[in-house]
Ligand binder design. Structure first.
Ligand SMILES: *[C@@H]1O[C@H](CO)[C@@H](O)[C@H](O)[C@H]1NC(C)=O
Ligand SMILES: *[C@@H]1O[C@H](CO)[C@@H](O)[C@H](O)[C@H]1NC(C)=O
Ligand SMILES: *[C@@H]1O[C@H](CO)[C@@H](O)[C@H](O)[C@H]1NC(C)=O
Ligand SMILES: *[C@@H]1O[C@H](CO)[C@@H](O)[C@H](O)[C@H]1NC(C)=O
Ligand SMILES: *[C@@H]1O[C@H](CO)[C@@H](O)[C@H](O)[C@H]1NC(C)=O
Ligand SMILES: *[C@@H]1O[C@H](CO)[C@@H](O)[C@H](O)[C@H]1NC(C)=O
Ligand SMILES: *[C@@H]1O[C@H](CO)[C@@H](O)[C@H](O)[C@H]1NC(C)=O
Ligand SMILES: *[C@@H]1O[C@H](CO)[C@@H](O)[C@H](O)[C@H]1NC(C)=O
Ligand SMILES: *[C@@H]1O[C@H](CO)[C@@H](O)[C@H](O)[C@H]1NC(C)=O
Length: 753
């Protein structure tokens, strides 16, 4: 096994060391309007062809909102009847408004590994954005992927694996755009931490220094799937890559995105990201929230020859092509119609449709992961007495009268004092109540919120169960006759800050305090991602552990169905839970390392050796590995077969051609119905021991079997060759592993190329 070397870069004062550079790539390639874009481009060209320079510039920039709270509003072109667009957040549903639903977060959808539910989540969420008059939905998220477990926005993505992220971004984008809104895959690229994501107080934003191979094999991978889904816009990121700001980086925008990947849609600035007129030549197409340093300056820049008018024509064409692509010329409400200031009198614009309800509940169920279940602690069966503990069991005290659900949880004093735009400390746990989302841009207000305790109370009423609860005490009294104790804790994160850690003493002590007195202690963790559990996981009284992630508004309903066995646990971890922080190849965020350094560098020298790739390569035993999750039933795997196609390097073969078809039989060997997520990993020569390259969810009754098929494309088996700048198959042996997690491999076989 090839071990990798993690190089710790010694950062010297700026200037003492040659810094990573990004080469210039000009000019900016105009959109071609090929394939599925053809008719959208024809319409866009015809409309843009009638516009003056000022009108074209108007399409590319933001204007102050007149009568809405959209995160951004483009200009309009009244002379030609083009209404402009509302652009708005994001991940859990329509943000900062009323009469919408709160969906499971992306990390929760990631833990479901369920393409169908993820597509439907994207579709119904998209319909709500449309009903509210939001033209551009500022998601989904293909980065951060989660290089550091502390990343404050990791939960806005589907998990740390690029293949999983790519598959679920694909489904989401298809859903959003089928609903008639423009999806915006973000943040392009290597936007892996919140600390120093933007320049502050004279310190430049962090520079993510990523080599070309790692970029292609890891960070770019899910963006490629997003483009394949036809995503109509891409958001460039705040931080720098190789010392050039993401939204000014011609190598990334003109080179990688618009030439290599032939992206036909438009590149949108992350709000107020660093840019100037030169960004336009580097490939930026739209500036938000206002005109920034573009606006009238762009007109001036054309007049003095800094920017060619053709580039502005291309910018406007790309934006309007996106608008036509999703049918907004045919059927779309007035932009921002349902996005009114909630404090002022406004019409009710109800975006919720009943068809979304089962998808929200099913999605909430599917993202819970059962990690431990000793002595069949679960499912509960008509317990006579239950005891509920922990700050996370109940609703926060306030909804819309406070900005809690508009900005996320950041501004609620109970949640720990974080205030937008400042760098104040806040606890890892949100102790003011249960969490159903993380904070800020991806958060939104739920229609209602079923919390764990009230769902348990309803169930208790039906079953005749006596319920004790004490959500305030740090060291609660336990009734010695209780059948089980449920302890609810959480781990919170918010855009703008990285997490302070992956364990917190308060919550860990609370669990231990209950476990000391209760021989059947069941721990439920609502969490934005990984969290260590070492302090109590081996305690003999901790019988069960559920990672409940961020389920959205049906949180308690979903949990109770699972705890009582009305539904089966089928979720699997989309990241690894380590035994210790130092087990991760990257843990801390990057920051200036010497006093006075204003130029923080972040060398991605670990390459693709992140999360399970690193644990596997160095043989580090995690507590719970990537892909792990228990069910109430058991599954057996048999009859692995692999059929290879002619995959010689013949010319004319596409990256998307099928190279091998793999089949396996999965059998439910338990006594209950359940769902299994069968996973396929490949050992590619000169690469990590295993990399995810397939998964599928099957639903099986007791004793039922099903054949699960996986199709491996040439891309799935290739590595990026930096010299030829292409994906290449290598000669050698490729081992194909199939199993129930990244370490619970049940069958494998080798193919030779
Ligand atoms: C960043 O620098 C590395 C190392 O020189 C190079 O491999 C990579 O292509 C560069 N990436 C960009 C986007 O400039
Ligand atoms: C530009 O957009 C603004 C805001 O929608 C609008 O008021 C203005 O008339 C537009 N200008 C032109 C030249 O169309
Ligand atoms: C032009 O750019 C300057 C400097 O970046 C900025 O201060 C100004 O507001 C811009 N003008 C317009 C009309 O956007
Ligand atoms: C052209 O105009 C732009 C926008 O006002 C300005 O930033 C740039 O410096 C000008 N360039 C020249 C050569 O005058
Ligand atoms: C909404 O209106 C209130 C009251 O006029 C005002 O204080 C607040 O700033 C407005 N909010 C937004 C987002 O415009
Ligand atoms: C487990 O709980 C019981 C109470 O049911 C208690 O007597 C015992 O000491 C606990 N065990 C540990 C290791 O704390
Ligand atoms: C656990 O990780 C921390 C933080 O990286 C490190 O300081 C400590 O030495 C590690 N402990 C063990 C037992 O490895
Ligand atoms: C997903 O949808 C497909 C096509 O509708 C269906 O065949 C499959 O059974 C579904 N899978 C699950 C896990 O629901
Ligand atoms: C591939 O596997 C075969 C059979 O185990 C072995 O003989 C051969 O040397 C391997 N090839 C490479 C390139 O490792």
């Amino acid at each position: 096994m090839k071990k990798h070397l993690v190089v710790c870069s010694l950062l010297l004062p700026a200037g003492a060391l040659a810094l990573a550079e990004s080469p210039p790539v000009y000019p900016s390639p105009p959109g071609q309007g090929t394939g599925q874009w053809a008719s959208a481009y024809a319409s866009a060209r015809s409309l843009v062809g009638q516009m003056t320079l000022e009108e074209k510039v108007n399409v590319t920039r933001g204007f102050p909102a007149v009568d809405n709270v959209c995160a951004g509003n483009s200009g309009s072109v009244p002379r030609l009847g083009w209404p402009g667009m509302c652009l708005h957040d994001a991940g859990n549903g329509v943000r900062a408004t009323d009469l919408v639903n709160s969906y499971p977060s992306a990390v929760h959808a990631g833990a479901s590994w369920d393409r169908n539910l993820t597509y439907l989540r994207g579709l119904y969420m998209g319909k709500e954005f449309k009903a509210k008059g939001v033209n551009v939905l500022l998601g989904p998220n293909a980065g951060p992927l989660g290089r550091s477990p502390l990343g404050g926005r990791n939960w806005e993505g589907f998990g740390v694996d690029p293949y999983l992220s790519g598959q679920l971004n694909y489904e989401t984008i298809i859903g959003h755009q089928e609903a008639g809104v423009i999806a915006n895959v973000k943040h392009f690229i290597a936007n892996e931490q919140e600390l120093h994501r933007r320049p502050y107080f004279g310190v430049e934003a962090v520079s993510s220094n990523v080599d070309d191979k790692t970029l292609h094999e890891f960070y770019l991978w899910p963006f490629v799937d997003s483009l394949r889904a036809g995503v109509a816009s891409v958001m460039c990121s705040y931080q720098r890559v190789n010392n050039t700001y993401g939204c000014m980086n011609s190598k990334l925008l003109n080179g990688v995105l618009k030439t290599e990947l032939a992206f036909e849609g438009f590149v949108l600035l992350d709000w107020n990201a660093v840019h100037d007129v030169r960004s336009v030549n580097a490939g930026l197409d739209m500036v938000m929230p206002l005109g920034g340093s573009l606006g009238a300056n762009l007109t001036a820049a054309v007049r003095n020859g800094t920017v060619e008018e053709d580039r502005v024509t291309d910018m406007a064409t790309r934006i309007l092509a996106a608008w036509y692509l999703v049918g907004q010329d045919i059927d779309f409400p007035t932009p921002g119609i349902g996005m009114k200031n909630l404090s002022l009198p406004h019409e009710q614009v109800d975006a919720r449709i009943p068809e979304a309800n089962p998808v929200i509940l099913e999605g909430a169920i599917a993202g819970h992961v059962l990690l431990k279940n000793d002595n069949r602690a679960l499912p509960l069966s008509k317990p006579t007495m239950l005891s509920v503990f922990g700050y996370d069991a109940t609703v926060p005290r306030t909804k819309n009268t406070d900005v809690l659900f508009q900005l996320g949880y950041t501004s609620s004093p109970e949640m720990g004092q974080a205030v937008l735009g400042t760098e104040q400390h806040f606890d890892q746990a949100a102790r003011g109540g249960t969490i159903v989302t993380g904070g800020r841009a991806a958060a939104n207000a739920p229609s209602y919120m079923i919390d764990p305790l009230s769902a348990i109370q309803h169930r208790a009423a039906a079953d005749g169960t006596w319920v004790n609860w004490d959500l305030d005490s740090f060291d609660p009294t336990v009734n010695g006759a209780t059948d089980a104790c449920l302890v609810f804790i959480n781990a919170m994160a918010t855009e703008g800050w990285d997490r302070e850690g992956v364990r917190d003493d308060f919550s860990d002590s609370l669990v231990l305090n209950v476990a000391r007195k209760c021989s059947n202690t069941i721990v439920i963790v609502h969490t934005v991602g990984t969290r260590l559990v070492e302090q109590w996981i081996d305690h003999p009284n901790v019988t069960a552990l559920v990672f409940a992630h961020l389920p959205g508004q049906d949180s308690g309903t979903a949990l109770v169905q699972l705890l009582y066995g009305d539904a089966d646990f089928s979720g699997k971890l989309p990241y690894t839970i380590a035994k210790n922080e130092s087990d991760y190849s990257v843990f801390e965020s990057c920051r200036p390392v010497v006093p006075g350094d204003t130029n923080p560098q972040c060398d991605f020298s670990e390459g693709v050796y992140l999360d399970y790739r690193h644990f596997d390569a160095l043989n580090i035993t995690p507590r719970y590995e990537f892909g792990f999750g228990l069910s109430y039933t058991t599954f057996e795997y048999s009859s692995l077969s692999i059929k290879t196609q002619d995959i010689s390097d013949a010319a004319g073969q596409s990256l998307w051609d099928i190279a091998a078809e793999v089949q396996v039989t999965v059998t439910n060997t338990g006594s209950r119905a359940g769902q299994e997520i069968a996973q396929l990993y490949v050992a590619v020569p000169e690469s990590p021991p295993r990399q995810l390259r397939g998964f599928d969810k099957v639903s099986l009754g007791p004793d039922q079997s099903a054949t699960v098929g996986f199709q491996l494309t040439r891309r799935d088996l290739s590595v990026w060759d930096v010299v030829s700048q292409s994906w290449d198959l290598q000669e050698g042996n490729y081992t194909i592993f199939v199993g129930a997690s990244s370490r619970d491999i049940r069958l494998y076989d080798t193919i030779t190329i």
